[in-house]
Design a protein. Structure first.
Length: 180
């Protein structure tokens, strides 16, 4: 019975209601990162909206891959730019700890620990920082544990005492934690 109901529901969908991966495209801010879908029926964001959102990143990407959470930050910016917000009205802080610390290290540190591989995240990190309003903040405790110094970080990446400290300060500054 449940299968029959599911089949009937699926058959009742019009082609316009069926969507998929092809509905996700890049832009308008990032042309190679952060694919999003247009949602014509979504609520209109109130005039003067400013988003201040922190992303918590603990897991490293596989060598040669983009960190999914970094791409999510680009997606967040693209999505809200399409919804009418100016990029400077979307402030993002990416707090990095655990194994993800390696994803914001320079070519020497990264390559030394990944059989000479290039850090696939370096270009996305650069573009996010260059946009303005995006901060990458590394947990100093995780960095110390992994033998990462400030000199090993990509340009513009900040070092905090800890991820806990960074999140506490960001919350005091009006940032909300993005759970995705």
């Amino acid at each position: 019975m449940i299968r029959l109901l599911a089949l009937m529901a699926a058959l009742s969908l019009t082609p316009a209601a069926i969507s998929g991966p092809d509905d996700f495209t890049y832009g308008p801010v990032f042309s190679e990162y952060g694919r999003v879908a247009d949602v014509p029926d979504a609520e209109v964001l109130p005039e003067g909206t400013v988003m201040r959102v922190a992303f918590d990143v603990t897991d490293a990407a596989d060598p040669g891959e983009i960190n999914r959470r970094f791409d999510s930050a680009a997606r967040f910016i693209n999505m809200h730019a399409r919804a009418g917000l100016e990029p400077m009205d979307v402030e993002v802080a990416i707090v990095i700890h655990g194994s993800a610390v390696g994803d914001v290290t320079n070519a020497d540190w990264y390559g030394e620990r990944h059989d000479g591989a290039e850090n696939a995240n370096a270009e996305l990190v650069r573009q996010l920082i260059d946009l303005g309003g995006v901060r990458f903040i590394v947990c100093g405790q995780s960095a110390t544990f992994q033998d990462v110094s400030g000199e090993d970080l990509l340009p513009g990446v900040e070092m905090a005492l800890s991820a806990m400290t960074a999140h506490a300060l960001l919350q005091q500054d009006g940032y909300t934690l993005n759970p995705f």
